[in-house]
Design a protein around this ligand. Structure first.
Ligand SMILES: CC(C)(COP(=O)(O)OP(=O)(O)OC[C@H]1O[C@@H](n2cnc3c(N)ncnc32)[C@H](O)[C@@H]1OP(=O)(O)O)[C@@H](O)C(=O)NCCC(=O)NCCS
Length: 131
C-alpha cells in the first residue's frame, strides 16, 4: 500500500441517463435514486484510495438546488476531501445536462464518510492524502 496518494488518483466520474423509472410525478429525478448514484460514486472513490472494501458510515449533507429532469444526462464527480486513520471524507458534485439545449446546471452536492475494512470487516488504515 502506498503511504500517500493524490486526490486525482481516486477521482471518479459517473454518468446516467434519467429514465422514466427514475422520476416522480413531476418528471424530476427522485432523491432516493440520486442518493443511490451518489453512494456508488463515493464508494468507488473510497475504494480506489484505500484499495479495500469500504462501508458508508455517514452521508453528512446532500442539497438539492435544482431538479434533474426526465431525459437529461446526470454527471457525478466524486473527489476525496480528507482522510483520517481508517476513514475518508468524500464530496460528490452533480450536474444535469439537457441534451437538446446543451444547458448544464449544477444540481447537487453531497458529503459522505466511508471507512476502509479488512477481510474480516474491521476498520483498516488508509493512505494519507497528498495535496
Ligand atoms: C464501519 C464500521 C465497521 C466502523 O466500526 P466502528 O466501531 O465505528 O469503528 P471505529 O470507531 O474504529 O471508527 C472507524 C472510523 O470511522 C469513523 N466513524 C465512525 N462512525 C462515523 C460517523 N458516523 N461519521 C463519521 N465518521 C465515523 C471514526 O471516526 C473512525 O475514523 P478514523 O479511523 O479515521 O479515526 C461500523 O460502524 C459499521 O459496520 N457500520 C455500518 C456500515 C454499513 O452498514 N454501511 C452501509 C452499507 S455499506
Amino acid at each position: 500500500m502506498k503511504a500517500f496518494k493524490t486526490v486525482s488518483e481516486s477521482s471518479v466520474e459517473a454518468v446516467h441517463l434519467v429514465l422514466p423509472n427514475d422520476v416522480n410525478l413531476l418528471n424530476n429525478l427522485m432523491g432516493g435514486q440520486l442518493m443511490h448514484w451518489i453512494d456508488i460514486a463515493a464508494a468507488l472513490t473510497a475504494s480506489k484510495h484505500a484499495n479495500s472494501i469500504v462501508a458508508t458510515v455517514s452521508m453528512d449533507s446532500l442539497n438539492f438546488k435544482h431538479p434533474a429532469r426526465l431525459g437529461e444526462m446526470v454527471r457525478l464527480q466524486s473527489n476525496l476531501v480528507s482522510v483520517g486513520n481508517t476513514s475518508m471524507k468524500i464530496k460528490v458534485d452533480v450536474w444535469a445536462e439537457n441534451l437538446q439545449t446543451g444547458n448544464k446546471i449544477h444540481t447537487n452536492e453531497a458529503t459522505l464518510v466511508f471507512v476502509a475494512l479488512d477481510d474480516s470487516g474491521k476498520p483498516t488504515p488508509v493512505p494519507g492524502l497528498m495535496h
